[in-house]
Design a binder for this molecule. Sequence first.
Ligand SMILES: [Zn+2]
Length: 137
Amino acid sequence: MTYYAAFLKTIVNQDPPKLSQFNLSGLGCWLPLLATALLLGSVGLGWVVNGFLILVGLAIISPAIGWLVFRWWLKRNLVEDKCPVCSYEFTGFNQTDCRCPSCGEPLKVEQGRFNRLTPPGTIDVEAVEVSAKRLED
Ligand SMILES: [Zn+2]
């Protein structure tokens, strides 16, 4: 869980895939395509070229947009905070339960903070202990 979250964190800090590299390496393919486009345009088939260009544009843009949306979602849901018990800093997912990798304390991730999942009944047990001590006195 923690290694997975750390891996996702590196994705968040990474730059999106470089489109300039793709354009440069594909230049050899683009020139004949451009010539074909001009030829089709000159014989009155410009709409074919436009449709093709829109498709190519979508093919290039959609992965980039998908990447940005994924990154935005990760940034919203990845929570980096310290364990309230032992102050060990680690990463968790928002709105999930997890365990501190250092001390094993069950934690709940809420609103960007780690909160202790105090098991029900703990307070009652402590109260019993206090009253028992008082009785002894
Ligand atoms: Zn801890």
